[in-house]
Every structure is written in structure tokens, then in C-alpha cells.
Design a protein around this ligand. Sequence first.
Ligand SMILES: Nc1ncnc2c1ncn2[C@@H]1O[C@H](COP(=O)(O)OP(=O)(O)OP(=O)(O)O)[C@@H](O)[C@H]1O
Length: 301
Amino acid sequence: MTREGLRIDVVGLTKMFGAFKAVDDLSFSVQPGVVTGFLGPNGAGKTTTLRCLLGLLAPTAGSATIGGHRYRDLPDPIGTVGAALEASSFHPGRTARAHLEVMALGAGIDPRRAGEMLAQVGLTEVADKRVGGYSLGMRQRLGLAAALLGDPPVLILDEPANGLDPAGIAWLREFLRALAREGRTVLISSHVLSEVQRTVDEVVVLARGRLVRQGRLADLDSGPRDVLVRTPEPAKLRDALAAASLTVTEDGSGRLRVGGGTTERVGHAAYVAGVELHELVAEASHLERTFLELTEGDRTP
Ligand SMILES: Nc1ncnc2c1ncn2[C@@H]1O[C@H](COP(=O)(O)OP(=O)(O)OP(=O)(O)O)[C@@H](O)[C@H]1O
């Protein structure tokens, strides 16, 4: 099945809360057919941007459109955009099935879709249990089922991996990638790069309300990585690495920093020279380091 997605365009978006600029002249676009990660530390302005996109907040300046329309001007919003902004906004006394059936009825959707969506997100067994007893991960799955109810070509999910265990994250990855392969536009936010790193094709990185980086993950996450290595015989290893035409410097924490090679090359050179290794890792990519630096500067409200 194909489900032609729509482009999302954020242009010069600014959102002030009183004198505080939560989003500052932000511009980016999101293409259909891929999963785009909207990344940034806590307080970066991700949720505010998504709320502007979904017509829940009025921008102070600029625009945020889906297929060229503001959300409120979309001819069929429920059938166009599926969104999950908060995992906990379900009535605790209702069952998951009741929630989705009520939503379906309100939106003119066949309530039998409720059961189908619960099956798709793996909640069939607990569909008739009250949501109040659900874990955060189960509520995330329910949010996803609700977002998919109208079979929308555009999906906007705020921190969907939050609360999922590693198996849940792996499941979410395949699920979202399959939706994108059908042609849909999939935008997911996260403040943890590693959570979505293997899920997204494109990234938009935000910090302090401003765009830091946008591009294909493959481009931003590539480039040469130094290899860090720890050994009780540093002098011997230095000689072995130099003989293998690798550049070696100290990294300041008792490890050697090796440029121009891979962990395989460094490991092999050490093996051939008979040098014992206690640690051998590739350094974080440029994107990972950028993200770490941004996270260290997390803005607390
Ligand atoms: N209604 C509001 N009134 C005042 N300040 C707000 C309001 N909503 C958000 N903010 C502030 O705007 C900044 C951006 O918040 P936002 O929730 O968009 O960030 P975020 O990137 O989604 O972070 P998180 O991952 O923590 O949700 C924060 O400093 C927040 O305190």
C-alpha cells in the first residue's frame, strides 16, 4: 500500500511566552517517505514547535504548514495528520479499546479500526484493561494507535520512544520505518539521540529554540572517527601503530588517540605486535559529540 505523505514546512517560526523566546526564527522542512528525527535537549523548543504545527499554539511570527496548509485550514485534519503529543493524556478509567472507539466515532471513522490499530501496536491482549494500569511504554503504544486511527499520510509523534524498553524501541523502529516506506511523512522528536539514531533517515537538531543542524543522518553521522585505545604497553603500541602508518596522540586520560584507521586496523596492528589491549573504541561521531555538547548545556526552565 502507498500513502502519499505531505511536506511539512516551518518557516521563520518564532514563539514567545511573555518575554521568553521558546522558538527563535526556526526554519526547516520535512519530506515524505522518510523518518525525520526532531532532536534537541530538554527545553530546546521541540514540543512548542510541534504544538504550533498542530494549531495548538499561535506562532508569534512565521509559519508552520502541512502540505502548504496551516493545520486548522486542512480540509480533513484527522484523515491527514496523526499526532501523539503526550503519552499520559488518556482517561485512566477507560480501556484502550473504549478510548479508540470513542475517538473513532467522534471522527466519523468505523469503530472496528480500534481493534485493528490495537493489534498493530501490540496491545490486543490488554485492549480491555483500564489505561490507568498501563506502563508508560503501553501508553506510548496507545498514543501511536490513536494517531493512526484515521490512516493519516502524516504522523507527528513527540518523544515516542520515551518509556520504551530496548525491545520496544526496536519494535518502534521497524514500525515507523514501514510507515515511511509506504510514503508517509513521519516526524518524531527525541531528546536522546541514541534512542532514535537507528530509526531516522533525516535529522533536524534544535537548541535554545534555534536550528543547529539539518540533513541526512548518514551525512551528519559519517566522517572519520578517531579510535581510542588503552594498553599497559603504550610505547610498544605507539611503535606498532606508527609502523602501520597510523597517527597517534595522547587523549589526556591515559588512552592513545589513533587517527586514520578503524578499530579493526588498530586491533590487528596490536595483535601482530603482541600488545595487550584493555580498551578499543571508535570515538563518537561529529553528530554525537555535537549532541552531547548541547545536552550538557540543557536549559532548565
Ligand atoms: N506555555 C508556556 N509558557 C511559558 N514557557 C513555556 C511554555 N511552554 C514551554 N515553555 C518553555 O519553552 C521552552 C521550550 O519548551 P518545549 O517544551 O518546547 O521544549 P522541548 O524541546 O519540547 O523540551 P522537552 O523535551 O523537555 O519537552 C522551555 O524553557 C519551556 O519551559
